[in-house]
Design a protein around this ligand. Structure first.
Ligand code: SAH
Ligand code: SF4
Ligand code: F3S
Length: 446
């Protein structure tokens, strides 16, 4: 083995990319790559990209532009910087990336990460640009090592399901991640046990449609997400479970009931609805209407009254009229979100809605501003309502000021407090004293 080479991974997009980046990092560690703090001087730079909206892909090309002088400097000093584009832009654009930015040495799609170390070795060995955007039959997770044993973050992600068969009219995910695949339950349980042995106390189960999980169980039956959560909850030392992202149509009775009776399942649910107009929901191919979503939220709240609901919204989907947008505002007022993400519709090449007549940019922006004002108002109200409460907080890492630590509440809020760093990984009671739009602060309860 030669001397250690430096690896820098920049991650865009969703939590699944965060998880994938960690596993790519551990696969390359076996070839002698150690993490670098910046791309400057790195031997290998991986951009793990997102294709969900226009700006996401553009960011990648500007980042490549910024890497260029660094790569030239590295070459001038006799080194070699290999540049890889991974993730959903890699899957969607493939060889296009090489034509647009010839400095890229390799392009690898999300289902081919177990082949990355070989591709890197060939690219560095002078075999030219490498591309792999196949959806191979073998399970990449069987060939990718888990995160290195030394890592001791108290909260971790664990991918249980990948891909999507829903084909919402606006979305690229079914094309970039492929069709829905669930990992076998035993593999998920084993990975979770391994994480807990390394000090993890909170696991967020990931999937593009995580509540559609239907992995093979050790008993030969297909396990639902509810079943998987109940079994994971039996792992001693694992204190908290979350899952994301869910589709309303896959919220089963059993999963709703689990929110009521499994104390380790945290009272937070990200349940995107995208729009409140039945006409728009139909055009989006979401396959449910506004009333059924609202009834669903009511049933979830009946099972777990304090649950924090979060959502995603799109403004200016093709065909959206003023009255449709008002229906979205009405739905938001009715549901009352604890947090939410909202976006202007962005036409994605290859998706059905990109071909339709578009809503003018100004209108999309105006609606987004009004929606965001309402959502911010609701989020602030939820945050303010926490003042005076004592919440169990998982201490995760040092905060901005010396002596300050940051943790997470059950509702996924960041909580700042002064406490002993030795409490990292512990769940402590914190009395909340202040709230801002995005975080809380408080003191250790007596
Ligand atoms: N699987 C999840 C969403 C994954 S994408 C689900 O079904 O809810 C995350 C969010 O990005 C979506 O919920 C949607 O609000 C937004 N999004 C996806 N495609 C978009 C597009 N073309 N333009 C704008 N926002 C989009
Ligand atoms: Fe995209 Fe719809 Fe699948 Fe979510 S359910 S990933 S929005 S196609
Ligand atoms: Fe983006 Fe791909 Fe995730 S498009 S949101 S990185 S699945």
């Amino acid at each position: 083995m030669g001397k250690a080479k430096k690896l820098f991974i920049k991650t865009y997009g969703c939590q699944m990319n965060v998880y994938d980046s960690e596993r790519m990092g551990s696969a390359l560690a076996a070839d002698g790559y150690v993490p670098a703090d910046s791309p400057k001087d790195a031997d290998l730079v991986i951009l793990n990209t997102c294709h969900i909206r226009e700006k996401a892909a553009e960011k990648v090309y500007s980042e490549l532009g910024r890497l260029k002088p660094l790569s030239e400097a590295k070459a001038a000093s006799g080194g070699q910087m290999t540049v890889a584009v991974a993730g959903c832009v890699a899957q969607a654009e493939g060889g296009e990336i090489l034509s647009r930015q010839p400095m890229v040495d390799l392009v690898v799609g999300p289902q081919a990460y177990h082949r990355l170390p070989g591709m890197v070795a060939r690219a560095r060995g002078g075999e030219g640009a490498q591309i792999d955007t196949e959806f191979p039959a073998e399970d990449k997770f069987d060939h990718l090592p888990e995160a290195p044993k030394a890592r001791r973050a108290p909260a971790a992600f664990l991918t249980v399901q990948e891909g999507c068969d829903k084909f919402c009219a606006f979305c690229v995910v079914p094309y970039t991640r492929g069709s829905e695949v669930s990992r076998p339950a035993e593999k998920v349980l084993a990975e979770a046990r391994g994480l807990v042995e390394r000090g993890v106390v909170e696991i967020t189960l990931l999937g593009q449609n995580v509540n559609a999980y239907h992995g093979a169980g050790p008993d030969g039956a297909d396990w639902s997400l509810a079943r998987l959560i109940r079994e994971l909850a039996k792992i001693e030392g694992l204190e908290r479970l979350r899952y994301t992202t869910s589709h309303p149509n896959d919220m089963t009775e059993d999963l709703i009931a689990t929110h009521g009776d499994e104390p380790k399942l945290m009272p937070y649910l990200h349940l995107p609805v995208q729009a409140g107009s039945d006409r728009v929901l139909k055009a989006m191919n979401r396959r449910h209407d506004a009333a059924s979503y609202i009834r669903l939220i009511e049933r979830i709240r009946a099972a777990r009254p304090d649950i924090a609901i979060s959502g995603d919204f799109i403004t200016g989907f093709p065909g959206e009229m003023d009255a449709d947008f008002e229906a979205t505002m009405a739905l938001v007022r009715e549901v009352r979100y604890a947090s939410a993400y909202s976006f202007k519709y962005s036409p994605r090449p290859g998706t059905p809605a990109a071909e339709a007549e578009q809503v003018p940019e100004g209108q999309k922006a105006e609606r987004l501003a009004r929606l965001q004002a309402l959502l911010t108002e609701q989020q602030t109200a939820f945050q303010q309502a926490c003042i005076g409460r004592t919440l169990p907080v998982l201490i995760e890492k040092p905060g901005r000021h010396p002596g300050q630590m940051v943790g997470r509440s059950p509702y996924l809020q960041a909580v700042h407090l002064d406490c002993d760093p030795g409490l990292t990984g512990r769940i402590v009671d914190v009395t909340i004293e202040k709230a801002s739009a995005n975080s809380l602060s408080g003191v250790l309860a007596a």
